[in-house]
Design a protein around this ligand. Structure first.
Ligand code: GLC
Length: 710
């Protein structure tokens, strides 16, 4: 098809109202009253009439292929133009086969896991007729109080970018789309993860330095991965709501990055600019949206009800609308919507493809790589003959797949009790010591090992679910301590969608951060407990010792009075009541193997801007168990015009080792890996000493320095 003719032809045949309709997205409920989609916010009272409904350009969410087909048929029958609906949905970590939550996928430190999660989720979503997914979330966050850290990839810009790009490549078939692939709408642009005090929808006040260095790069990498859409965030940036922020949408996205992505608001975030105090009324909101570069508004009718007037009075030109609608038509042509408005929607293939054994196995592989072993004094791996007592709120729970699982169903998947049943001598989901009878405590004592399945419910994570107190709820600390006192071997499994305060569990025999691992959670945990798989996850976010330390992250500045435990000087940057270090640092995670690092070497003692530095390190698996290790390479630019963090992750390699196997791991660094963004977002690097740090955790590395010569 010749796109140029088709697009112009379509545009010329459209009325202004039909064009404006393409810039509006609503939930299916406007077309199907008994749709499964729930309706929140401004969507409830959208005063749009039946004629306007049949100009709508896209749908938010869908109950499945049959609903999509029914809706598209009805729409095409009633619409007075020829543009089929586009269907967009929140497929965050799976459609029906659910993968570990994104924060858990990040713990794998293996972008391939994100790519596979994207690919499989796309295949399943495609069979339901979905064209675009609102995923991945590229929001870096350093605040575990924020409910949405569960949807992101943690505190580090490099890891977030690598995981986001890989997931986009998986969803979109590297941007090529086509059968079994879906387009990506990355989110939330930009800086949403810096919501003040971790309170969702709160103010974001970021320096341009941090915006360029920490918060923007992952969106850019995700666009490079092949994303076609960008969703604006609810927050303000520099006091201007992101949804109407010309600096973000035009200066950065369109001009600096040369992106052609279609920009869509978040859920009624265009109307919210009135609440922000950035517009007097909806008409002004519509004007600000167009001028800033917002193409589609989600779940509100500001454009639909005010753009015509703005055009009639000449404040907005119809050519500005044509440019936007032209982008939407281009995309609908790109995904073949005019040739087949139903795309991959097919009830039979959806039923056959979703939750297949192959997909469940891939979800389990990802889960196996996402669990982080935090403590182990040798009690793990368990032995087959050991008897187990399993207690706590997650002992019998099916709520293991995690929040934002949309079409995922907890009831389809196994509980820990079901997967560990062969060795269980006692199980209870009671979660306080006082509820246990003497007889029950006697039975627990008779078991070889007590496993306590603890944590926060999945309903305490996700959008609008921030917590000011990130201890385990309902005094699970006391619950643990009471059993710790009387039981010899205690293993704690922690479920949750964020770093939690685990300081009260430091005397445990073994502890795993299990996050929410998706459809194959309990099977994966069982294999890890018995050593059928060897834990290889690393923390993508620092775990604070207490809430007062937040925000705490590894790539901090040194300050002018860096704390030195050996110094007698009290005037140093510290707290009186807690160490500066986290309980568990970024990049930390144990294995049943024991990996040792030596012989860190670099190819040059001085490096010019156009040269490449080769780094190599010898890593040995000094154990009789094969396992995977994440070799992490950090840098430190000791002196720069703008001070730089004490460490910055620049490379990761997840490598499998056989028992007693030694490998030489090589990395290459060039100028772009070493340079830094200044306040204007320009890359720069002065001459000077730079440190290379390589190891299995941000706090345990070998070091070599070299000189960069400009
Ligand atoms: C929500 C979320 C966004 C999601 C959108 C559509 O409010 O902020 O992540 O994709 O609405 O459901």
């Amino acid at each position: 098809m010749n796109k140029a003719i088709k697009k112009e032809e379509i545009l010329n045949n459209m009325t202004l109202k039909e064009k404006i309709g393409q810039m509006t997205q609503v939930a299916p409920y406007f077309f199907i009253s008994d749709s499964e989609a729930t309706v929140y916010g401004a969507l409830r009272n959208l005063n749009i009439n039946k004629e306007q409904v049949y100009t709508i350009g896209s749908i938010l969410g869908i109950g499945g292929p049959s609903e999509m087909i029914k809706l598209q048929e009805s729409y095409l029958k009633n619409a007075t133009h020829e543009l089929p609906l586009m269907f967009m949905a929140d497929v965050i970590h799976g459609y029906k086969t659910i993968f570990p939550v994104p924060l858990a996928l990040a713990s794998s430190f293996n972008p391939e896991m994100a790519r596979i999660a994207g690919k499989i989720s796309a295949k399943e979503a495609y069979s339901s007729g979905i064209h675009v997914v609102f995923s991945p979330m590229c929001d870096l966050s350093r605040d575990p109080r924020w409910g949405r850290v569960v949807e992101g990839f943690g505190e580090d810009v490099f890891l977030t970018g690598e995981m986001a790009k890989a997931m986009v490549e998986g969803f979109t078939n590297k941007g090529k789309l086509g059968k079994d692939a879906v387009a990506c709408c990355i989110k939330h642009f930009a800086g949403y993860g810096a919501s003040e005090a971790g309170r969702d929808y709160n103010t974001v006040d970021l320096s341009r330095l941090s915006l360029y260095r920490d918060y923007l790069p992952a969106y850019k990498k995700a666009l490079e991965g092949g994303a076609d859409f960008v969703m604006t965030s609810f927050n303000t940036l520099d006091g201007v709501p992101a949804t109407i922020n010309t600096f973000l949408l035009r200066k950065i996205l369109k001009e600096k990055w040369q992106s052609k992505a279609i920009v869509i608001s978040d859920y009624d975030s265009l109307t919210q600019i009135i609440d922000h105090g950035a517009a007097e009324n909806q008409k002004e909101a519509a004007l600000k949206g167009i001028k800033a570069g917002l193409d589609i508004e989600m779940a509100s009718s500001v454009y639909m009800n005010h753009l015509t007037e703005l055009i009639e009075e000449g404040t907005v030109k119809e050519s500005e609308i044509d440019e936007i609608v032209g982008k939407i038509i281009d995309f609908k042509i790109k995904i073949g919507l005019f040739d087949n408005p139903y795309s991959g929607a097919n009830q039979a293939s959806e039923s056959e493809i979703c939750l297949s054994e192959e997909h469940m196995d891939l979800a389990k592989e990802a889960a196996l790589e996402s669990v982080v072993l935090l403590e182990n004094n040798g009690v793990l791996p368990l032995k087959k003959k050991q008897s187990i007592a399993l207690i706590g709120p997650f002992a019998k729970s099916r709520k293991l797949i995690g929040p934002w699982s949309w079409h995922g169903r907890n009831d389809l998947h196994k509980t820990l009790e079901e997967t560990l049943k062969d060795n269980l001598v006692f199980v209870s989901e009671k979660a306080s010591y006082g509820e246990y009878t003497d007889e029950e405590i006697k039975q627990i004592k008779e078991a070889d090992v007590l496993i306590m399945a603890l944590g926060e419910d999945e309903s305490l994570s996700g959008e609008a679910h921030s917590r000011s107190n990130i201890h385990l709820p309902n005094d699970q600390e006391g619950f643990y301590q009471n059993f710790r006192k009387i039981i010899d071997k205690v293993v704690v499994l922690v479920f949750g969608g964020r770093p939690l305060i685990l300081s009260e569990f430091k005397d445990v025999d073994a502890m795993m951060m299990c996050w929410f691992l998706g459809s194959s959670s309990s099977e994966a945990i069982k294999e890890l407990l018995y050593g059928e798989a060897n834990p290889s996850g690393k923390l993508p976010m620092s775990f604070p010792r207490n809430i007062g330390q937040i925000p705490i992250y590894y790539n901090h500045f040194n300050t002018g009075r860096p704390f030195d435990p050996a110094s007698k000087n009290m005037y140093l940057s510290k707290y009186l009541d807690v160490a500066n270090t986290p309980l568990y640092p970024f990049g930390y995670g144990l294995s049943y193997s024991n990996f040792t690092y030596e012989n860190l070497s670099i190819s040059k003692d001085s490096l010019k801007a156009n040269e490449t530095l080769k780094v190599s390190v010898k890593v040995k698996n000094d154990s009789d168990l094969s396992g995977k290790e994440v070799i992490q390479l950090y840098i430190r630019d000791y002196v720069a015009e703008i001070v730089r963090p004490v460490k910055e992750l620049k490379k990761i390699r997840k490598i499998h080792f056989l028992p007693q196997e030694t490998k030489i791991i090589d990395f290459e660094l060039n100028y772009d890996d070493l340079a830094y963004f200044d306040h204007e977002g320009k890359l720069k690097l002065e001459s000077g000493k730079i440190g290379i740090f390589v190891g299995g955790s941000s706090d345990k590395t070998l070091n070599k320095d070299f000189y960069f010569i400009k």
